[in-house]
Ligand binder design. Structure first.
Ligand SMILES: Nc1ncnc2c1ncn2[C@@H]1O[C@H](COP(=O)(O)OP(=O)(O)O)[C@@H](O)[C@H]1O
Ligand SMILES: [Mg+2]
Length: 254
């Protein structure tokens, strides 16, 4: 079976600093993979290259066997490669339903000029209602985004990602900033997504990683240092050292 997403020897340097260092891995349909690593390991930089926000210095990215290394963000989204952001980007002047409807329309190539009429168009409405229902936030449909609690904003982020009909979904710290007792809601929402979607989740919270992932990739100083099951990662000495090193750094800095 062709991998849905394949990274081949991806590298990225900023000046002399090699922030992504020869990273290769594949994601297949149904994968639930976590990418972990200490702060500054290069996780977000890697995601930015996958999504097309950043050009790699070397290496290739294949989507469904097609080379998309030079493709635009929009072309990748059209191909089913969708990411959410560590920092929420929402249209604050609009309601929850309008934000999701806008994403549905964007995917379908409907213009914003038609926005006022299209939000109530049966086929668009059907889609945003079904997505909000799936994520358990149907009751928030008419709520202005500015009134949402932070955890609800993150769920809306996921809803917008789903509106793009992803084949590969990359989540950059979906529970970051969410109160700890609310993070299970995020996990629950991810758990309800179509089992066919390949999901790559960057996450700090190891509880979440262990509940979500079947496979874990560990990044340190831009390079993949380990790949295994959550249990294997927990036991691995190199992984412990990478994390202990970062904690030691954090203590020195504070
Ligand atoms: N645009 C940039 N220019 C220079 N250095 C950068 C840039 N973006 C990120 N970096 C550096 O790359 C390293 C990895 O950052 P990042 O990908 O944000 O790590 P993570 O998401 O794992 O915390 C850090 O040392 C950071 O300072
Ligand atoms: Mg990051």
């Amino acid at each position: 079976m062709t991998a849905l997403l394949e990274l081949q020897h991806l590298s990225k340097s900023f000046g002399g600093l090699r922030v992504t260092d020869d990273v290769s891995f594949t994601l297949s349909s149904g994968d639930r993979v976590a990418l972990i690593g200490p702060n500054g390991a290069g996780k977000t930089t890697l995601v930015n290259q996958i999504s097309g926000d950043l050009d790699p210095s070397e290496g290739r990215i294949l989507l469904g066997g097609v080379d998309v290394t030079g493709a635009s963000i929009a072309e990748r989204v059209q191909g089913g490669l969708v990411r959410t952001f560590q920092v929420t980007r929402l249209f604050t002047g609009l309601t929850v339903a309008e934000n999701v409807a806008l994403a549905v329309m964007q995917r379908r190539g409907l213009t914003k000029r038609m926005f006022s009429s299209v939000i109530n168009r049966a086929d668009v409405r059907e889609e945003w209602q079904s997505i909000l229902g799936l994520l358990g936030i149907a009751q928030l449909a008419a709520m202005p985004v500015t009134k949402l609690a932070y955890g609800q904003q993150r769920l809306l982020d996921l809803a917008i990602g789903l509106a793009m009909k992803p084949r590969v979904l990359v989540l950059d710290e979906p529970a970051a900033g969410v109160p700890h007792d609310e993070s299970p809601r995020i996990l629950e929402a991810i758990g309800k997504m179509s089992p066919d979607i390949a999901i790559l989740m960057i996450e700090h919270d190891m509880d979440l990683v262990f509940k979500f992932a079947k496979r874990v990739l560990v990044l340190a100083s831009g390079a993949l240092i380990f790949e295994g099951t959550p249990a294997e990662v927990k036991e691995n000495a190199a992984v412990r050292t990478a994390y202990l090193g970062s904690y030691a750094d954090a203590r020195r800095a504070s």
